[in-house]
Design a protein around this ligand. Structure first.
Ligand SMILES: [Zn+2]
Length: 686
């Protein structure tokens, strides 16, 4: 479709809807845009114009209508074509063993298994008529669910049209709607500042969002979708294994879990049990690094013929089981409340706890987030509290069990001065702040820790312990002091041998060659995270002078920056302490290559789309990503049919199987080395 031509009839509008849905899917699900954003925006705009002129043409389920249609009279209830069953749970390896032996007895052989994460979200049934999304239902009582089409269609990952040729005349696709942890945290932080209700966990947040009557509310929530099976299907042969169902869902463009594992058939009973438990313990160990909550794994018999033999009880299938993770919420006693001061001076109340195991980890502290949380939860010294570990390094206090409060429990006095430097504090906000930013030891230490961190200046060997000692002994006072450190000086500190000291100095020297984005992020300006720093560096083409002289208005007008971040940047860069510090850092040799705007940058890998998986012995994944990107490559997070190559190091994950399935070439660690040394992708494969 030529984007200069107006949409003049219903047919053209419908074609445009399909085109937009396809582009949106490539962008949001495959992470591989097919067209520039401007092309998408143009066509979207034309659809909107046509809709204004011809409201009678509007399709309420079109991509332009994602936030339209209020469920004014509450949610309607509709029966599922095929009931939505729940799953039986086991909590121990022994109970899993019992389940496996029942399956073995019924089948007479050990079947093959598929293991998937059990998402902690809201189960959903998505109904498609001739490949078009028409309705979304909650599980409800399993027999009938509530119609939530109006909110579910706001999810960017939801395919409005099934892709890939063969689509059934009607199908129920089953999946889970989840809220990411990062989105949940950001949402709650925002809600707190607005005095709005916060959610207690990601599942409640997802459920609360989906059951909203107003789709505009749901559209603002960071929701995500994972599809995992089919319900009733008409007009197309159902695949005969669960794996094939997952592949079919992928072909249709439905988001499917990346962490699916397969256990082959015909193993001995013990080998099957061991294999399932190995996946379980592996995912359990990794789960805190995921951006979504999972509460266990689901094991499904892969072969649908085997599933039919096993059948179902009234409530649950006999061919699948959920293996749950141990409780993440436990209770313990508060021994005291400490106030910790962070990099930006924020004072956080932290409960010191009687040590307790949570989800397999020993815990001694739990955060109370801010003073108003402390006051609201009314935590006393000596109270019994329930705590939860949910992705964060430090768990949080959920609630006080006031019925168990001992008589000797004492309420906590809020600080009136900085607990570390005794300086003045700002108590006007729910987050108290120490105002002594230049000299407060807690803030100075945190500033150094941030400056040397992975996404900032990437200095090896300078851990928090060493920084603590260096700040305490006044060897480090402002950031440029780092570059005056010597090997002999470092060797005077605890546990610092000649080699470790040399490593720190070498790292400091070599990492002076950096990028504008890293440097900006390393300064630790409030609200300037990794992405904002990248955005600004890109906008100003790595030109520090231009960036540091930008006016408040200029900064606010950059898309993705806005007035709060702009003010924070201006405040920091106008501070003469900060200016002196930056000058000294440049003088110490911190620099980055300048981008010559009128000369084309040499990008030998321009247009090359790749995915990295596994470990590489000569380079970290984030360094490899940065180098590949600087050479023009597009490094994507997921394998799709648009991927040119998968670069697989040691212990590659499920991405390797996906690449094989999609017949995408894979490159080895050595071939990555060749790529980075400037060889072309074509010559390596050829
Ligand atoms: Zn202080």
């Amino acid at each position: 479709m030529n984007h200069d031509v107006r949409i003049e009839n219903l047919e053209a509008l419908n074609r445009a809807y399909v085109q937009l849905a396809q582009w949106a899917h490539a962008y949001y699900v495959l992470d591989a845009p097919l067209v520039p954003d401007s092309t998408y925006d143009d066509l979207f705009q034309q659809c909107c114009e046509a809709e204004v002129l011809h409201p009678e043409w509007i399709d309420p389920l079109a991509v332009t209508q994602r936030v339209g249609g209020l469920a004014e009279s509450g949610l309607e209830t509709v029966p599922h074509q095929q009931p939505m069953q729940s799953l039986d749970n086991v909590f121990t390896d022994a109970a899993l063993s019992d389940f496996l032996s029942r399956v073995f007895k019924a089948l007479g052989h050990q079947p093959d298994w598929v293991c998937e994460p059990k998402y902690d979200g809201v189960a959903i049934s998505l109904i498609y008529d001739s490949g078009r999304f028409v309705q979304a239902l909650t599980r409800g009582d399993g027999v009938a669910g509530e119609v939530v089409t109006h909110t579910v269609k706001t999810l960017r990952e939801l395919p409005l049209y099934l892709q890939g040729g063969a689509v059934p005349s009607r199908v129920e696709i089953r999946g889970e709607i989840i809220m990411t942890r990062s989105g949940f945290k950001a949402y709650n932080e925002h809600a707190t500042t607005q005095g709005e209700k916060t959610f207690s966990n990601t599942r409640n947040a997802a459920a609360g969002s989906i059951r909203q009557l107003d789709p505009r509310v749901a559209a603002q929530r960071p929701l995500s979708l994972r599809c995992y099976t089919l319900g009733a299907m008409e007009g197309l042969q159902k695949p005969d294994t669960h794996q094939a169902i997952l592949n079919l869902l992928r072909t249709w463009g439905c988001p499917v879990s990346e962490d699916v594992h397969y256990i082959q058939a015909g193993l001995t009973f013990q080998a099957t049990l061991d294999a399932l438990c190995e996946v379980y313990h592996c995912i359990q160990a990794q789960r805190m690094t995921f951006d979504y909550d999972i509460d266990g794994l689901v094991y499904k018999v892969n072969d649908c013929a085997d599933q039919a033999i096993l059948g179902s009880s009234a409530r649950v299938p006999r061919w699948a089981i959920a293996h749950k993770f141990p409780a993440e919420v436990v209770s313990t006693q508060v021994e005291g409340i400490d106030f910790q001061v962070g990099r930006t001076g924020a004072i956080t109340p932290v409960a010191r706890l009687k040590a307790v195991q949570v989800g397999g980890v020993m815990v001694r502290n739990a955060t109370l987030h801010n003073m108003s949380e402390l006051v609201r939860k009314d935590v006393h010294r000596g109270d019994v509290v329930s705590i939860r570990r949910a992705g964060e390094v430090i768990p949080e206090v959920i609630e006080v069990m006031t019925a168990l409060r001992p008589e000797a429990a004492r309420s906590v006095v809020l600080p009136t001065v900085c607990p570390v430097c005794q300086g003045d504090i700002d108590t006007s906000d729910i987050i108290y702040r120490c105002l002594n930013s230049q000299a407060c030891p807690a803030q100075v230490e945190a500033a150094f820790i941030h400056f040397v961190s992975k996404h900032a200046m990437q200095i090896d060997g300078l851990g928090p312990q060493l920084i603590h000692q260096l700040v305490k002994s006044k060897a480090l006072e402002t950031l440029p002091d780092l570059y005056d450190l010597t090997q002999d000086q470092l060797m005077q500190y605890e546990r610092m041998g000649a080699r470790s000291a040399q490593k720190v100095i070498q790292s400091l020297l070599s990492r002076r060659q950096t990028t504008c984005a890293r440097f900006l992020y390393a300064l630790g300006i409030r609200h300037v995270g990794v992405n904002t720093a990248k955005l600004l560096a890109q906008y100003y083409k790595d030109d520090w002078v231009a960036l540091s002289k930008a006016s408040l208005d200029d900064l606010s007008n950059i898309e993705g920056v806005g007035p709060i971040i702009a003010a924070s940047i201006r405040n920091a860069l106008d501070d003469h302490h900060v200016q002196t510090m930056i000058t000294a850092l440049f003088k110490a040799g911190v620099c980055w290559p300048c981008v010559e705007t009128d000369e084309p940058i040499h990008q030998p890998l321009k247009g090359f789309k790749c995915v990295l998986t596994g470990r590489f012995d000569f380079i970290s994944r984030s360094d490899a990503t940065q180098k590949l990107e600087s050479m023009g490559a597009q490094v994507m997070s997921q394998v799709s049919k648009h991927t040119d190559a998968l670069i697989a190091g040691e212990s590659p994950g499920s991405k390797l199987n996906q690449a094989h399935a999609l017949m995408i070439p894979t490159l080895t660690s050595d071939e990555l080395k060749q790529l980075l040394s400037g060889e072309s992708f074509e010559s390596i494969l050829g």
